[in-house]
Each structure stands twice: as structure tokens, then as C-alpha cells.
Design a protein around this ligand. Structure first.
Ligand code: ACM
Ligand code: ZN
Length: 544
């Protein structure tokens, strides 16, 4: 204790240097020590007053205190207090925290801001201890969209694990949970009109990790439960039904959804599949709209992700339905057919008040067939990125190398991720506002359990949260590294058991090569041969 007070006194003399004692990720916009003021002793005698936050948000903080410090805040007013007050106007995610000897006073224009202040306070207590120096923190996010995506299609993650991801998002001040609900390898959400989707489509017979079977899905009640849970942490939920590609699990249930009514199993291994939804049959559009219509009431946050990635056009080129439709509509080629498909689904969603999102699939060159109001989630940077954003298209940056959490640290280490800021280069300031923010996807082809998920996600998510929240002038890689010991303590306090160590996240050349080779070998294994043989079969079928 003596040492701590001595250190604090020393820091008081040196003023702003105190920021190096208290480690917060993402770094706040500004943090100043109030000279000449003492310490706030945080204890069970601290009373919670003016709580403008609902019970669930308070409970989250009380639970943290119980688990880590073995006390809770008092509910009766006393000398020491923590007050959480809503102010009149401003950014509802921004907050001001003023700490003096007798009071921690938090104000924000929104509940989210007050909630974020409590997340900051958690980190102050963990890194600096219970004697808090008199600080003023002014904080607000750089981007309004700070997302994390979980692919539950390749591997199913049950509700409790999804909630744990949501807890961790809140700690990182992330505010969009993108729930990738369907994949070739599994359909994960109950659709009452098409019961086979979950009865049959949610199970695969084996996996690339040697499981003899794998499956699982969320009932609609469970979906409501997860959405309500996310809302209690000021996180919006964007569901994704990936189409027209990545639909083999649905085709396995209803073969008529594919171009040649193919009878296929739920995919067992990953790789880009060539059997996708047939865009030439009206029945396909009916199916898609039925599915969306059942899901719309479960997701009140106004955004729906409709996929669009890796839709190989091989079948469409051969399919009499697709070809007839393409001619009827006056479309130039199969790429335009996909743009028509995405726009038609977008319009259906728009009629019900939704904004659509889609991956900007490989080198897409948008034509007039692709609605401008569809938000692009960038997994690459095609050459028309600048012209599209300047023409008004909104975007979220998820470019694979820096932001895909599942890719090996040997391809893109922690520092490279941290230093890869999400701005779109060479655009004007007004257009820059069309970049809503960034999102870190966790694809799970090679992430079969929480152990691997922890390893992939942390500490990378800390770096991504900081570049999404903190303006470049207020942060640095060097300072981020200094904060990492406390960040690992935070992760442990929040129940993350298997994060990558700094050494794993920043591998030397040899180790990096090792990770990459392992990853590449697995990719190569499944991509080519099967598709080649299968394509020849379909060609034969089509020419009959
Ligand atoms: C993607 O990487 N399949 C969007
Ligand atoms: Zn077709």
C-alpha cells in the first residue's frame, strides 16, 4: 500500500504521465490527472446514486466487483459516491468521468455512454487498484460501427458461448454483433415454415477435426434471448443469411433450391461450394423472402446481412432457368444476375424498414443492377471502392488480412493489425463519413471450440477495438504494448482462458512460416479436387 501511494504521489507531480499507470483498452480520448487532489478509495462504502442505468447494466458491474474484489457497491447514500447521470445532449456513446476524493461522477447523453464508463472503471480498478487518483476522462468513439462477427455455421456455438462473446464485446466497447447464421456446413436458426432446415440442415456427418457428427441450432426463443441480452449491453444484432452462395445446408434439405435440383449432403468440409441457390426460379425468391419474413420480427435493430460472398457462377452458366431469366431481364452476364438477386432481396427488406448489408464479393464491379443503399462489408478493396463510397455507398471495413480473426498470426501479426487503420484511402472528407466503421469476423472453419476461439480472438480483438474507438493521434503501438499485461489480466478476470500469448501473436520469422504452412496445407487439401470432379458431373448432366 505504501509503495502504491508513493507511486501515485510521484505520478501526481509528473501530471499526465499517470496515463501510463492506468491501462485502458481502447484508449480513451483524453485522460488528465487533477493536480492537487487526492485519491478516491473505492470500496463497499461507495454508494451508487443517480443511476440512470437499468438494473442489468448495474448487475454486470456489481458482478465484476464481487468476482474480482469481493464486495459490491452500497445502495444507500454515504460520503463516497459513484453517480451515473444522463445529460441533455451529445453523442450517446460518449461519456465524461470526473473522479475526485469523494465522488466519481459520470455523465453521458446516453445509457450506452454510462455503460462504457463502467467498462473503463473496471479497467482502472484492475490495472491501478482500488485507490483511484483524481482523474478526468473524456471519451468518445471514433466510429459509430464497431463490430464482431461470429460464424456459427461451420461450428455451432451454443447460447451460453454466444453470450460470453457478447460480454467480451461489451468490455471492448464494441456495439454490433454480426451473427453469421447459415453456411454450407449448417443451418442454425429455426424457421417454422421450413422445418427441415434445422431438423436435417443443422447436422453434418463429419468434420475436418474428426468429429463423427456435428450440429446444433437456435430456436426462435433462443434468438430472442440472445438479442435481448445483447441489447442489455448496448449491442445491436445483425443477422446474416448468406445467399446465393454458402447455401448447401439449405439445398441439402430442399434440392429444388439449386440449379439442377441436386441431392447433396450438408457440407462436411469447407471450401467454396459450386452449388448455390438458383437465381432463375421464382420459387427460390419465395423461399428467401419467407425465411427473411420469419426472422425480421426477431431482429429489431434494422439491419440484415444477406451475404453475397463467394457465389461461384459455374452452375448459373449452365442452368436453363438462370439463362432464361438472365435473357428475360436483359442482364449482361451472371455477375449482373447476382447483382439483380441481391437488389431484389434488398428491396424486400427495405419494404419492411431494413437496411441490407452484403460482402463485397471478390472484385465486384457494381453496375446499375446493384442498389446503392446496400451497405458493403469490405472483405477486399476492389478498384471501384473509392468511386462507390464517393457516390454515397456506405461501407464497413473488414478487409481480411488485418481484421479476420481466424487467419494465422503468422500471416498478419498483432502489430500489423494494430497499425492497419480502416480508412479508405484517397477519398474526400464528406465521403469518409460513409465508412461506418470496422468489424472483426471470426470465421470458424478451423475454430471448432472456445479454446481455439480464444486464441484467435485475443489479443487481436483488443487491437481492433482500439483502432475502432480511438483516434490515431491518441494512441500508439508502443503504448498498446505497455498495456498488454493489464489487458491479459482483464481477459482472465472476464473468463477468457486461452488467449494467444504475445509471443504467439507476434511470432518470429520461423514460427510465422510454420503457422502459415499449417494453414495453407489445410486450405489446399479441400479446395480443388472434389469440385473439379463434381463440375465435370454437372456439365455432363447439363448437356443431356
Ligand atoms: C468471406 O470471406 N467469405 C466474406
Ligand atoms: Zn439456376
Amino acid at each position: 500500500m505504501q509503495t502504491k501511494i508513493a507511486i501515485m504521489a510521484w505520478y501526481k507531480i509528473l501530471g499526465r504521465l499517470v496515463i501510463f499507470m492506468i491501462h485502458i483498452i481502447p484508449e480513451p480520448k483524453s485522460l488528465f490527472l487533477q493536480k492537487g487532489k487526492g485519491l478516491f478509495p473505492f470500496s463497499a462504502n461507495t454508494a451508487l446514486v443517480n443511476t440512470a442505468l437499468p438494473q442489468a447494466a448495474i448487475e454486470d458491474f456489481q458482478k465484476f466487483l464481487s468476482q474480482n474484489f469481493h464486495f459490491q457497491l452500497s445502495k444507500t447514500a454515504g460520503d463516497m459516491q459513484l453517480s451515473l447521470t444522463l445529460s441533455e445532449e451529445g453523442n450517446p456513446e460518449a461519456y465524461r468521468m470526473d473522479i475526485s476524493e469523494k465522488e466519481i461522477s459520470v455523465t453521458s447523453a446516453g445509457e450506452a455512454g454510462l455503460f462504457y464508463a463502467l467498462q473503463t472503471l473496471k479497467q482502472i480498478l484492475l490495472s491501478g487498484g482500488l485507490e483511484i487518483p483524481s482523474l478526468v476522462i473524456d471519451d468518445c468513439p471514433l466510429y459509430p460501427y464497431r463490430g464482431f462477427m461470429l460464424d456459427v455455421g461451420r461450428y455451432f456455438y451454443p447460447v451460453d458461448e454466444v453470450k460470453h462473446f457478447i460480454d467480451m464485446m461489451a468490455v471492448h466497447k464494441l456495439n454490433v454483433f454480426h451473427w453469421h447464421l447459415t453456411e454450407d456446413q449448417g443451418w442454425r436458426v429455426e424457421i417454422k415454415k421450413y422445418p427441415r432446415l434445422t431438423e436435417f440442415g443443422s447436422k453434418r456427418s463429419h468434420t475436418n477435426f474428426g468429429h463423427k457428427s456435428h450440429g446444433g441450432f437456435y430456436t426462435q426463443d433462443e434468438v430472442r434471448e440472445v438479442v435481448a441480452y445483447a441489447h442489455s449491453k448496448y449491442i445491436r444484432v445483425i443477422p446474416e443469411i448468406d445467399m446465393p452462395g454458402h447455401m448447401q445446408s439449405a439445398i441439402a434439405c430442399y434440392p429444388e433450391l439449386s440449379c439442377f435440383d441436386r441431392s447433396l449432403p450438408v457440407a462436411t468440409h469447407w471450401g467454396v461450394k459450386h452449388d448455390i441457390l438458383c437465381a432463375g426460379k421464382e420459387s427460390t425468391y419465395r423461399f428467401v423472402c419467407d425465411v427473411l419474413d420469419e426472422l425480421i420480427p426477431l431482429f429489431p435493430d434494422g439491419y440484415f446481412h444477406i451475404g453475397g460472398d463467394e457465389a461461384v457462377k459455374m452452375r448459373w452458366k449452365l442452368c436453363p432457368h438462370c439463362q432464361a431469366f438472365l435473357k428475360k431481364m436483359g442482364l449482361k452476364d451472371e455477375e449482373e444476375l447476382q447483382q439483380y438477386f441481391m437488389s431484389r432481396v434488398n428491396r424486400h427488406l427495405k419494404e419492411q424498414g431494413f437496411t441490407s448489408m452484403m460482402w463485397n464479393w471478390d472484385s465486384v464491379e457494381a453496375t446499375e443492377w446493384l442498389d446503392r443503399d446496400i451497405v458493403w462489408q469490405m472483405c477486399g478493396m476492389p478498384k471501384n471502392t473509392q468511386s462507390e463510397i464517393m457516390a454515397g455507398r456506405r461501407m464497413v471495413n473488414s478487409v481480411s488480412f488485418p481484421y479476420y480473426l481466424d487467419l494465422p498470426y503468422g500471416w498478419f501479426n498483432l502489430q500489423k493489425t494494430y497499425e492497419n487503420t480502416p480508412e479508405i484511402p484517397n477519398i474526400d472528407e464528406t465521403s469518409a463519413k460513409n465508412l461506418l466503421g470496422l468489424e472483426a469476423p471470426l470465421w470458424t472453419e478451423y475454430v471448432p471450440n472456445m479454446k481455439k476461439a480464444d486464441y484467435c480472438t485475443y489479443p487481436r480483438l483488443g487491437a481492433i477495438a482500439e483502432i475502432a474507438w480511438t483516434a490515431p493521434q491518441n494512441r500508439s503501438w508502443k503504448h498498446f504494448l505497455q498495456k498488454l499485461d493489464d489487458y491479459y489480466r482483464l481477459l482472465s478476470a472476464c473468463g477468457v482462458k486461452h488467449p494467444a500469448t504475445l509471443k504467439q501473436a507476434m511470432p518470429g520469422t520461423l514460427r510465422a512460416k510454420g503457422y502459415s504452412l499449417w494453414f495453407n496445407r489445410r486450405q489446399l487439401h479441400w479446395a480443388g479436387l472434389h469440385n473439379l470432379i463434381d463440375d465435370a458431373n454437372v456439365k455432363r448432366l447439363a448437356s443431356k
